[in-house]
Design a protein around this ligand. Structure first.
Ligand SMILES: Cc1cc2nc3c(=O)[nH]c(=O)nc-3n(C[C@H](O)[C@H](O)[C@H](O)COP(=O)(O)O)c2cc1C
Length: 201
């Protein structure tokens, strides 16, 4: 099982990473005994990814004009079975760094729908989960993460990945994910259910 885990927080070892690592840990615990889990962990802190500049070159030539760390991600999207995408909620959306990755998937979109020469294997089955953490309490605002939903839906469609669902944790400014047993249990549940679902692919 190839897992691509993207950490969209510019800060390491905080809420989003804790949640993401918990899902990975649980996935590793729940895969079939003869299955090995290969995790490609990409933190936005360690990569250089330019935002899309709408040069439109990808509508004429397959791929992106920028030869930065997105080259690795294009390949990783194609080769992965499971794509875990974690981002803190910034102004009701994903972080700017996470959004840069998403916008750069325009090259994949163009390759499929304009050039008709896909950069991604459209027949390969991939499963995707979105994880997000926020300062506001979801009890105060049940629609806190609403703004991220169409963004992530389009992203997962661009990379031909089935969007399984979301793991949202609010109130992290008061209760950190690592001190929130309910959030950690939900992460564990997601790991278990993705491992189960993977077996049916
Ligand atoms: C630029 C910025 C914008 C933010 N916008 C929101 C927001 O719109 N709603 C919210 O509930 N929390 C917001 N927060 C709080 C973060 O979502 C929260 O601290 C998150 O858990 C950080 O994730 P991390 O600990 O993994 O870095 C914002 C924080 C920053 C730095």
């Amino acid at each position: 099982m190839k897992v691509l885990a993207i950490l969209g927080s510019p800060i390491r070892k905080r809420n989003s990473e804790t949640l993401l690592k918990k899902v990975i840990e649980s996935l590793e615990d729940h895969v079939a005994e003869d299955e090995s889990v290969e995790v490609d962990f990409v933190s936005v802190q360690n990569v250089k990814i330019s935002p899309c500049v709408a040069c439109d070159r990808c509508t004429r030539i397959k791929g992106c004009v920028f030869q930065d760390d997105m080259v690795h991600l294009y390949k990783a999207f194609n080769d992965s079975d499971i794509i875990l995408f974690a981002s803190p909620l910034y102004f009701n959306s994903v972080s700017a760094q996470a959004k840069a990755i998403i916008d750069r998937c325009q090259a994949i979109f163009s390759s499929k729908y304009v050039l008709k020469d896909p950069m991604i294997d459209r027949d390969r089955k991939r499963l995707g989960l979105f994880l997000s953490t926020a300062g506001v309490d979801m009890n105060t605002d049940p629609e806190l993460f609403k703004g991220t939903l169409p963004v992530m839906d389009l992203f997962f469609r661009a990379i031909n990945t089935e969007y399984l669902g979301n793991l949202f944790v609010g109130n992290v400014d008061r209760v950190k994910v690592m001190d929130n047993p309910e959030a950690l249990a939900s992460a564990k549940d997601w790991g278990r259910s993705i491992a189960k679902r993977y077996k049916t692919l």
